[in-house]
Design a protein around this ligand. Structure first.
Ligand SMILES: NC(=O)c1ccc[n+]([C@@H]2O[C@H](COP(=O)([O-])OP(=O)(O)OC[C@H]3O[C@@H](n4cnc5c(N)ncnc54)[C@H](OP(=O)(O)O)[C@@H]3O)[C@@H](O)[C@H]2O)c1
Length: 264
């Protein structure tokens, strides 16, 4: 039996497995992790099989997905090498910032590496997955990887030098962060918590959904929503004068620097 095998059964493995099952993918998924409780949760939630040890996990893999934190990838791959079983030729790393050259140095040919950066929103089949392929990945394997992630949302193929920027820019944490900040400000201005969250979610989620569906440009939508001299225009101007653009740019660069630290 050949399976998709996840090394690491943490947050993103849980989200991907749940999204795949929700999308109707009933193929075998196996996970390996040092925490038995995480494996039990995955089995219960998403019918993910448990490997009794790393060797048996690797033996069963037709596609191996490395889903440990960036600092653990080298150690994890050394453990795979030490277990004496050849990994499948197609391996995918989800580790933010860890470049293909490091992956190849830690586990070289015949393994062919792909980097993928799934979003936890894949749980509801709306997760965007940026992908970047190593040069030696065949067209058939590229198509296979695209198809795999497309089950849980759109896929975006990028050059490797763009991966850190998209990692910092596309995280749904931006949405949650903006929602939390906007709702807190609305609450301080007199709304109760529930109403503040309804207002902030409408401003962010419904506004952006309208942009997506309408096909109108952002300038057109801003023109429609912010009457010159009105409250929305005054709110945006004050936010910009207070450094809104700078704060967002600083946040993105901090994320990029953090991803780059994982490349060393
Ligand atoms: N979370 C996201 O939304 C997201 C999105 C895209 C990409 N990613 C990437 O996906 C990777 C995993 O992120 P995550 O948030 O899912 O991490 P996580 O929740 O910490 O899960 C990783 C799991 O792997 C285990 N592990 C690490 N090394 C191991 C080893 N040698 N043997 C057995 N188990 C081991 C960890 O155990 P310990 O805790 O004991 O180390 C942990 O249970 C990261 O590289 C991250 O950059 C995450």
């Amino acid at each position: 039996m050949k399976a998709t095998v996840f090394l690491g059964a943490g947050r993103i493995t849980g989200a991907l497995a749940a999204g795949l099952r929700r999308a109707g993918d009933e193929r075998t998924i196996i996970a390996y992790d040092r925490h038995a409780e995480k494996l039990r949760v995955l089995r219960r939630e998403s019918r993910v099989g448990t490997a009794r040890d790393l060797k048996s996990a690797v033996e069963q893999a037709e596609m191996l997905i490395v889903a440990v934190r960036p600092r653990s990838v080298k150690e994890m791959l050394a453990e795979v090498a030490a277990c004496g079983v050849a990994p499948p030729k197609l391996c995918i790393s989800l580790a933010a910032g860890v470049p293909l050259r490091n992956l190849r140095a830690w586990f070289g040919p015949p393994v062919r590496w792909v980097r993928a950066m799934p979003s936890p929103v894949c749980r509801i089949e709306k997760g965007l997955t940026p992908l970047c392929f190593g040069r030696r990945v065949s067209n058939a394997d590229r198509a296979r990887v695209r198809k795999f992630f497309e089950q849980v949302g759109p896929v975006l193929e990028l050059r490797e030098e763009q991966m850190d920027a998209i990692t910092a820019a596309f995280s749904p944490s931006h949405g949650y962060h903006a929602l939390a900040r906007l709702a807190a400000a609305a609450q301080r201005a007199g709304l109760d918590r529930k109403t503040a969250l309804i207002a902030a979610a409408h401003a962010l989620a419904d506004g952006i959904e309208y942009w997506r569906r309408s096909g109108q440009s952002l300038d057109e939508l801003l023109h429609e929503a912010a009457t010159p001299g009105g409250t929305a225009a005054a709110t945006m101007a004050a936010m910009d004068e207070s450094g809104y653009g700078r704060a967002v740019a600083n946040g993105i660069w901090a994320g990029i620097r953090q991803a780059r630290r994982n490349a060393s």
